[in-house]
Design a protein around this ligand. Structure first.
Ligand SMILES: *[C@@H]1O[C@H](CO)[C@@H](O)[C@H](O)[C@H]1NC(C)=O
Ligand SMILES: *[C@@H]1O[C@H](CO)[C@@H](O)[C@H](O)[C@H]1NC(C)=O
Length: 336
């Protein structure tokens, strides 16, 4: 579909240029150009991403199916995400932007879920000009430059939301971000109707972090040890563990800084806990990955690969050390 668009795009430019040339030499063609104007506008909307429902629109069924079929082992996160995003996108007048804070062990699907959300809102998914990814480690400043970076980041958020209110910002490795920078983001997450003339209420902010991951693992391990089903784990079991770590951990400046506004309002709408992944989930990831590579999923190959990766705790080998993160590269090694 997009290849076709590229072809059209080239054609469109050609028509534009030739119509300008014709127009310059021959006044009679004005009517033709005017006719092209309406058509041209339609064509333009079709070819180039615009901030309207040609390119942006929420597909609740799509998100639900994606979460059910593509995200493995995250029954709690799936439910929270679907409820949060659907509620927000169906709301005519949200009082604040949607702020999600995704927590969990490496490779459990935090980035992947952000991608699924983007794909079911923006036609171009992560490649959309309205989806912005910010990685703390890549952008984080030395202390000296903090003010500059903060101003830049604020300008960046403001500029993009002015350009398109339905913008999405994903902040990766939030726990590594400088508290000063986090302070800079906070005003945009709040309940303001407008801030310097700009409304942020249609925007979506997603924070990813490993903060609280150990507490989540504890809960999952407790269930495992006492022989209870993983699917019995409920949000409240994790919230208890999370909020304790989130608010009491003095090392985690991120938590203390981002969660509340100056007047103590909670700026995060939903904490989304991601459970550590087990052997069977790694196998599921492996099968999906083989299919994504255009191969016929081979249970024997995937099983072999899944057996060879590292699990913790050391003796029980319950949870994958890196979740599904390295599966793609690993598989190449097992496929001959
Ligand atoms: C929404 O997603 C479903 C499932 O992926 C798909 O079948 C359907 O065509 C989508 N609807 C729109 C309007 O894109
Ligand atoms: C919007 O965000 C991009 C990064 O995704 C940035 O490069 C650009 O400068 C921003 N635009 C505005 C108008 O601030």
């Amino acid at each position: 579909k997009f290849k076709m668009k590229e072809t059209f795009s080239a054609l469109f430019h050609f028509i534009l240029i030739s119509s300008v040339v014709v127009h310059a030499f021959e006044p009679i063609s004005t009517t033709i150009v005017a006719g092209l104007g309406t058509l041209g506008k339609k064509l333009y909307n079709y070819l180039f991403e615009t901030c309207d429902d040609n390119w942006i629109g929420f597909n609740a069924t799509g998100l639900q199916e994606d979460l059910e079929e593509k995200l493995f082992g995250q029954h709690v996160a799936s439910r929270v995400i679907l409820k949060a995003v659907t509620g927000f996108m169906n709301s005519e007048n949200p009082k604040k932007p949607l702020v999600l804070s995704l927590h969990g062990w490496t490779g459990t699907g935090k980035n992947f879920v952000s991608q699924l959300i983007a794909e079911n809102i923006y036609q171009k998914g992560m490649a959309s000009g309205f989806v912005h990814l910010f990685t703390a480690t890549a952008h984080s400043p030395h202390k000296v430059h903090l003010e500059t970076y903060k101003a830049q980041l604020q300008q960046w958020i403001k500029g993009n939301v002015t350009n398109c209110p339905r913008s999405m910002f994903i902040f990766d490795e939030m726990d590594k971000m400088h508290p000063g920078l986090i302070d800079g983001i906070k005003p945009y997450l709040d309940f303001y109707e407008r801030l310097d003339g700009v409304s942020y209420r249609q925007a979506i902010f997603i924070f990813l972090s490993n903060a609280g991951a150990e507490e989540i693992v504890h809960v999952a391990l407790d269930f495992w040890t006492s022989g209870r089903e993983r699917e019995e784990i409920e949000l409240k079991d994790l919230e208890m563990a999370l909020s304790l770590s989130v608010f009491n951990n003095k090392n985690s400046e991120y938590q203390a800084h981002v969660m509340v506004s100056k007047d103590n309002k909670n700026l995060v709408d939903f904490f989304v806990p991601f459970l550590p992944l087990e052997f069977k989930h790694v196998v599921q990831c492996g099968m999906a990955e083989m299919a994504a590579k255009g191969l016929t999923p081979d249970a024997a190959v995937v099983d072999h690969m899944a057996r060879d990766i590292n699990y913790f705790p050391k003796d029980e080998r319950v949870f994958s050390m890196k979740g599904c993160k390295v599966i793609s590269n690993r598989l190449d090694f097992y496929i001959d």
